[in-house]
Design a protein around this ligand. Structure first.
Ligand code: TRP
Length: 354
């Protein structure tokens, strides 16, 4: 990738730490365990692909131990029931495999299959105050956008659950976007407090900030799995064309790349540029006065040809769902072994019954 995703120089403390971490990973990848995950609330889309999925494959290929969690319990933070859980879980597995996640090197697992992970939530909750849980800015935002009229206990406590996700396998690196930083801070706090109170069991995990390009949904708002405003990775070429044809643009026929003043048009230009591995300004200049129609045709062709090999592999895996599901079963076995070993250390440190 050139220009388009070139990381801007680090400015915030979190960005500095993240850049340093990236350097350490490159030097000794085998020392690190990455823990990351996707809620099974819908199909993965182009935003995930350019933002996080490619980065996971890159880390795996560097030799990092990559663990990918499908946090099925976390689906229930902002809705009453988990709809189409099996379908979305299969979809995530297909995407991971098609993109190059290798089950011989990486581990995919889910919350509900790992009892020891969930048990860690109980001691962890004792280490945080209700005030700390209540002032988490990401949780506040999610409450504001929730489909529920009440705030459940799970909504308030899921960041502590996320600490259990990470610490049950002693994950050292968590690739995140800005919105997940408060959660990671809480995981670090929990690890530190546990160690101070009971003895040294947990490493403090570090955030690896991803330089995710900002792609908007087809309606001009944040692209989201559960908002039906994205292009799913697994969509067909025709579906992709239809979704992009419906994307929000503006009245100016002359196409430019200007994210500040023309978010809809610029997001489409950026998407084409990412797929073509080109500079978005150049892509826009070539379309010039072609207007939204040429822009959308350019984007559609770029997305479809970029994703064609991946979609072909995805379709192949889809013909062998028993295999795909066996990947999750094997991952759960490994996650259980790691979480049970950690829980054993926790029992030892806390002096609890056995
Ligand atoms: N909260 C994350 C999200 O909504 C998903 C998640 C659950 C996660 N547990 C995690 C991410 C542990 C990283 C590490 O996207």
């Amino acid at each position: 990738m050139t220009i388009t995703t070139a990381p801007t120089p680090p400015t915030t403390p979190a960005e500095h730490r993240s850049a340093e971490l990236e350097h350490h990973i490159a030097q000794d990848p085998g020392r690190f365990r990455v823990l990351t995950g996707d809620r099974p609330t819908g199909p993965l889309h182009l935003g995930h692909y350019f933002g996080t999925l490619r980065n996971r494959v890159r880390l795996q290929d560097l030799g990092v131990d990559v663990m990918i969690l499908i946090p099925d319990y976390q689906v229930l933070t902002d809705r009453d029931t988990a709809e189409r859980l099996g379908e979305y879980t299969d979809g995530l597995l297909l995407d991971y495999l098609a993109l190059g996640i290798d089950p011989a090197r990486s581990t995919v697992f889910n919350h509900s299959a790992v009892p020891a992970l969930n048990q860690l939530l109980l001691p962890f909750l004792s280490l945080v105050s209700v005030a700390e849980l209540s002032r988490n800015p990401t949780v506040k935002d999610e409450i504001a956008h929730s489909r529920q009229s009440v705030v459940s206990g799970l909504m308030l406590t899921y960041p502590a659950h996320q600490a259990a996700d990470i610490l049950s396998c002693k994950g050292s690196v968590v690739p995140v976007g800005q919105d997940q930083l408060p959660h990671l801070e809480l995981s670090r706090t929990i690890a530190r407090r546990f160690n101070e109170r009971y003895g040294n069991v947990f490493p403090e995990p570090d955030a690896l900030l991803s330089a995710a390009p900002l792609l908007l949904g087809t309606d001009g708002t944040k692209m989201s799995k559960s908002r039906a405003n994205s292009v799913p990775l697994g969509a067909t070429a025709d579906e992709t064309a239809r979704l992009i044809r419906g994307a929000t643009t503006d009245a100016d026929r002359h196409i430019t790349y200007d994210p500040g003043t023309r978010p809809g048009v610029s997001s489409l230009v950026l998407l084409a540029a990412l797929c073509l591995e080109r500079d978005p300004h150049q892509v826009a200049a070539e379309i010039g006065d072609g207007g939204a129609a040429v822009l959308k045709r350019t984007v559609t062709d770029a997305v479809n040809s970029h994703l064609a090999p991946y979609r072909a592999r995805r379709a192949e895996y889809a013909r062998d769902l028993p295999y795909v599901r066996s990947v999750l079963r094997a991952g759960n076995e490994r996650a259980n072994a790691l979480a049970e070993a950690t829980l054993e250390e926790v029992r030892e440190a806390m002096g609890t019954f056995r």
